[in-house]
Design a binder for this molecule. Structure first.
Ligand code: NAD
Ligand code: WQD
Length: 342
């Protein structure tokens, strides 16, 4: 059977995508992840959910020799879904060179592998962070990319440009770049989810950690924005919907429905939710009161961003199946699973 290589397959979005790939069937799946930001235990979690054990190769994708050796050994790879990257905005500000090295060297290596081993299909994890502060909402794929606000976002902008120039000289290879908005939540089984760093930066893991008592309290970053309640607006989207978009993008390429050999899609729910709305929705759904204070703005935050995902709906047949309530319920189930299985 043809194989799909998932880089970063033990990470948050990679593991959920492997689950959906297995559920759909039709491909063998291999993962390549050195677990620099994840745990090999995720492979067991994928098996608990799907009944299937996926092979994970512990390879640093920046190590070209080891990566290419893997391509020599594994035949029939017809597609790569490239998730592997470092993704923390504040860490990237502290360690810019590490971010440029890891995220760009790894991308260069997998692209070169596509060229040398003739891998026809490639899907790249991009991010809404490339847009920066926008004048007009919602954001479509035509919205101009903004000035980079941190090294992490810059690696995604450069990554997209690398792929663009590379695609130009390889008409037989096809590429999809998916710009995710704010993926949150966990597999609806509650058995796989995000493994956040000890001090998470993102809203949803902070909410669930405060809810469960791992963190004492949280702060709403800014209540004087020009939004309906003064807090920032984001486009949260369930991780399984994001995973499903990769399956649809893969089918789109494999079936040759792409008009050009490089296509870009926004992946968001299209609905903006404020920080305070998210906090109150969590309290309503779980019955748990959150210990939060209203605080200053966080530097670098844009007031509001949400997606126009019409292109993904039209061309990939992708729409979100899961609601904000599902995102919160599954994230909360996962936080409880972690507590009970520590
Ligand atoms: P994650 O940290 O959970 O997963 C990334 C995985 O890549 C980790 O398992 C890590 O160990 C692995 N990895 C990193 N560098 C590697 C290397 N050199 N060699 C081998 N493995 C390596 O992150 P995620 O949330 O699953 O994100 C996946 C992708 O989606 C990333 O490219 C990220 O930038 C992008 N993205 C994420 C979000 C988000 O909010 N989660 C939003 C937009 C885009
Ligand atoms: C969401 C909102 C905060 C924590 C980041 C990356 C982006 C993409 C998605 C990878 C903001 C507010 C947060 C807290 C708060 N990732 N907040 N108190 O910043 O929209 O996007 O993740 O590509 O690149 O930048 O997500 O979850 O950090 O914040 O009030 O303790 O929650 O100010 O408005 P963000 P986030």
């Amino acid at each position: 059977m043809s194989k799909i290589m998932v880089t970063g397959g033990t990470g948050y979005i990679g593991s959920h995508t492997i689950i959906e790939l297995i559920k759909k069937g039709g491909f063998d799946v291999i993962s390549v992840d050195n677990c620099v930001r994840s745990t090999p235990e995720t492979i067991g979690r994928i098996k608990n959910i799907t009944g299937k054990r996926v092979e994970n190769y512990f390879v640093d994708i920046c190590d070209k020799e080891k990566l290419f050796q893997l391509f020599e050994e594994e035949n029939d790879i017809i597609g790569i879904i490239h998730f592997a990257a470092l993704k923390s905005v504040p860490e990237s500000v502290e360690k810019p060179l590490e971010y440029y090295r890891n995220n760009l060297q790894s991308l260069e290596n997998v692209l070169e592998a596509c060229e040398i081993f003739s891998i026809p299909n490639f899907i790249f994890s991009s991010s809404c962070s490339i847009y920066g502060e926008v004048e007009k909402l919602p954001v479509s794929e035509e919205t101009l990319v903004g000035a980079p606000f941190c090294p992490y976002a810059h690696t995604k902008q450069i990554g997209e440009e690398m792929i663009r120039f590379f695609a130009d000289i390889h008409p037989k290879l096809s590429f999809v770049m998916l710009r995710y908005f704010n993926p949150v939540g966990a597999d609806m089984s509650g058995l796989n989810g995000e493994l956040s760093p000890e001090k998470p930066n993102n809203l949803m893991p902070i909410i669930t950690q405060v809810g469960i008592g791992k963190m004492q309290k949280m702060k709403v970053f800014g209540t004087d924005y020009n939004t309906r309640d003064g807090s920032c607006i984001r486009d949260y989207v369930h991780v399984t919907d994001i995973a499903d978009a990769h399956i649809k993008a893969l089918d789109f390429l494999v079936e040759g429905r792409n008009k050009s050999n490089l296509e870009v899609f926004n992946l968001g729910s299209g609905t903006g939710v404020t920080v305070l709305e998210m906090i109150h929705a969590f309290e309503r759904i779980t019955g748990v009161k959150l210990n939060y204070v209203l605080g200053e703005r966080r530097p670098g935050d844009v007031p509001a961003i949400y997606s126009n995902s019409n292109k993904a709906e039209r061309e990939l047949g992708w729409t979100c199946k899961y609601s904000l309530d599902d995102m919160i319920i599954s994230a909360w189930q996962w936080e409880n699973y972690l507590k009970n299985n520590a």
